[in-house]
Design a protein around this ligand. Structure first.
Ligand SMILES: Cc1ncc(COP(=O)(O)O)c(C=O)c1O
Length: 243
């Protein structure tokens, strides 16, 4: 406990400018941020600039970045070829409200490289991707419910805002978790639309899925649970889900 307190004290002492920015931000943005999933208490660092695998916060502290925007930044911060390509494109206009040839080139590359990709729909966020995917699954199967893992994060729309960061003391039995609202304001009946299964508990999860199979449109899973500490799924668990 005292180690935790020391760490918190050191954090607060080394980040006065981030704290001041956060106080200011709260006047204009709810909670002082526009992305709840990357907020941590008491306040996050505010980044001033970044390069390669380094991020420098507003207090000038240079940190090694092990997150890489949740692993999406595979080339690091500001790789020159990417910056050059972006600059080149910006000179030709940025938003067209019409399709363009670059989209086809990228979609083709993805389909060629990733065997499970037949077609690609580009979206602006992960939230839109999972929303569209679940909607398509409902349309194709004619069923309404989805199953998700307790602790899995799939964005901020209603159907996936269930059992994300749960309080184990309030979330029912570990083997048969209750569907818990991750936010206030979910639509009525939303929790009944989601079957929650325990992560990496292959036989229990299989049993639960089988008992709901006539109502399930899809099972959604992150192979690595990001928002509860980067926990990898076992091959056995993923294989069972695929079956
Ligand atoms: C596995 C997964 N799905 C969905 C999302 C939601 O993405 P976004 O925040 O872009 O809506 C995230 C974001 O971190 C994610 O890690």
């Amino acid at each position: 406990m005292s180690d935790n307190n020391n760490e918190l004290e050191r954090y607060i002492q080394s980040t006065p400018k981030s704290k001041a920015l956060w106080e200011d931000a709260k006047n204009y943005m709810p909670g002082g941020d526009s992305r709840n999933s990357i907020f941590w208490a008491p306040y996050p660092i505010f980044v001033d600039h970044a390069s390669g695998c380094h991020v420098v916060d507003s207090d000038g502290v240079d940190r090694l970045d092990f997150i890489g925007t949740m692993t999406t930044l595979v080339l690091g911060h500001g790789p020159k070829p990417v910056l050059d390509a972006v600059e080149n494109q910006m000179n030709q206009g940025v938003v067209y409200n019409a399709p363009n040839a670059h989209q086809i080139r990228l979609a083709k590359l993805l389909c060629e490289r990733i065997p499970s990709f037949d077609l690609v729909r580009f979206t602006n966020s992960g939230t839109e991707a999972t929303l569209n995917t679940i909607r398509a699954a409902r349309a194709v199967t004619g069923k309404s419910k989805i199953a998700k893992v307790e602790g899995g994060y799939h964005g901020s729309h209603d159907q996936v805002s269930v059992s994300v960061r749960v309080n184990p003391a309030k979330a029912g039995e570990r083997s048969h978790p209750d569907a818990m609202a991750a936010t206030e304001g979910l639509g009525e009946g939303m929790l009944e639309q989601v079957v929650v299964i325990p992560f990496n508990e292959t036989s229990i999860a299989r049993e639960t899925l089988e008992s709901h199979k006539d109502d399930l449109a899809a099972v959604i899973i992150e192979p690595m649970l990001g928002s509860v500490g980067m926990l990898p799924a076992t091959t056995e668990f993923l294989t069972m889900l695929r079956e």
